[in-house]
Design a protein around this ligand. Sequence first.
Ligand SMILES: *Cc1c(COP(=O)(O)O)cnc(C)c1O
Length: 373
Amino acid sequence: MTTRVWDYLKEYDSEREDILDAVTTVLESGQLVLGQSVTGFENEFAAYHGVPHCTGVDNGTNAIKLALEALDVGPGDEVITVSNTAAPTVVAIVGAGATPVFVDVREDDFLMDTDQVEAAITPRTKVLLPVHLYGQCVDMAPLERLAERHGLKILEDCAQSHGARHHGRIAGSMGDAAAFSFYPTKVLGAYGDGGAVITSSDEVQKAMRQLRYYGMEKVYYVVRSPGHNSRLDEVQAEILRRKLTRLDAYLEGRQAVARRYEEQLGDVTGEGGLLLPSVNEGNTHAFYVYVVRHPRREEIIEALKQFDIALNISYPWPVHTMSGFAYLGHGEGSLPVTERLAKEIFSLPMYPSLPQDTQEKVVSALRDVLAGF
Ligand SMILES: *Cc1c(COP(=O)(O)O)cnc(C)c1O
């Protein structure tokens, strides 16, 4: 069987009873939409992050879009983010009617270069949107200083960073709001689509509740400002409740896989060759994906196919170079680090239930290929 970067079937094998019980519990509860599973998950997910509020929504893209709208972002406003991210980050900004503005990422950790943010701020800037990419948190202190000085809000894109930590704080608890995805591949994944927004602001929470429910102030009440239908599904919420109790174990599993890669590949890394992920001081990495770098990436990916190993790239096309975002005017060459990385990065298999022998097979194949260069 082909070795892939992600696979949920092993996890399902070991959690089957609990997952099926979650499904049955909802189907037998008599309430299929916004019932006790969504409420229960919202309370438990907020508590996990030490914040008072959570609103479950239908996916991570809409979590970002609705959170921006709850932060009063709309047409004419600018949101500063990165191009080295999943396209939905940017799709959501456009979906809220705002204009995405990109800064480059750093050469060492591939995260938002916070030194470039101030120069990107204009009178129209409303929100700074750091993406805690691959499972590692962006440096928040410089962003917090800029937000304070320029009267901006911070929205954390936590779609890849469930449970990641930054100087003792948990991802999602640091901004004015944070958006999560529970797409199946994510560190906390549903068995379908799901998302959530957490916040400490009563005002943002009130807006989120309305925005996900057509814009109604109360159930079957009045729409003052039209919203969306973006509810988290009750079955997915019950599955997520069960899986949330295992999130810390998933994180430990991912960190163990990362440690083994370091142990088994550390001696073949080096400048101009293979580079493994760097973890910044004060960060606990959630290792959503295990992104490595090599100038001869295409050859490596081709060669590993001979070993029946299929690798992924997160992400091969920087968002600002996609034709759908050409109108933003960030042309090719405008974000040199992002563009260079996109040609050299690739991901090794990473998920908590990745069998050790599968990982060893990947390591030994990769070592073989590198030895041939
Ligand atoms: C997955 C992801 C999203 C979108 O989440 P969906 O649930 O797929 O809509 C947004 N931002 C980032 C960084 C992601 O990885």
